[in-house]
Ligand binder design. Structure first.
Ligand code: DAT
Ligand code: MG
Length: 149
């Protein structure tokens, strides 16, 4: 089992797409084990996007992610990181596959609606940024045998 950190970004919250986006991950079969709404402040944004520091889009990225509330959640499942990433679609919505969140709701890389961890180490780092261990739930979902063999 893997866990991944998802952020429903400020543009998606402002556009009233929280439910739509959460539903897509839920329907896919990923299990929600943590979920909350918050507004990311600049220090947290800088820690989250530390790997992008110094890139030309960094300042705009920090302004964007701190500009309004977000919904953060931890999803669990087999290959949860890859499954969440392909539910989201490519970083650039214009190049994302139809049916993905970024393609269905976005056009620009700077307003791409959703974040998902890109690997196991990143996921562990990012989950720790937003959730205390006690905020993540271990629970049996009755639909699990109908989603996973
Ligand atoms: P992803 O969010 O798909 O993991 P990433 O980690 O490469 O993509 O970049 C983080 C975010 O930074 C991305 O969601 C949008 C923004 N970004 C990336 N490349 C960019 C670029 N060339 N111009 C503007 N924003 C960019
Ligand atoms: Mg990334």
């Amino acid at each position: 089992m893997e866990r991944t950190l998802i952020i429903v970004k400020p543009d998606a919250v402002q556009r009233g797409l929280i439910g739509e986006i959460v539903a897509r991950f839920e329907r896919r079969g990923l299990k929600i084990v943590g979920l909350k709404m918050l507004q990311i402040d600049e220090p947290l944004a800088r820690r989250h996007y530390a790997v992008h520091e110094g890139k030309p889009f960094f300042d705009g990225l920090i302004r964007y992610i701190t500009s309004a509330p977000v919904v953060v959640m931890v999803l669990e499942g087999k290959q949860a990181i890859a499954v969440a990433r392909n539910t989201m679609g490519s970083t650039r919505p214009a190049e994302a596959a139809p049916g993905t969140i970024r393609a269905d709701f976005g056009v620009e890389v700077g307003r791409n609606l959703v974040h998902g961890s890109d690997g196991p180490e990143t996921a562990a780092y990012e989950i720790d940024l937003y959730f205390k261990p006690g905020e993540l739930l271990t629970w049996d979902r009755s639909a699990d045998p109908w989603i996973m063999e």
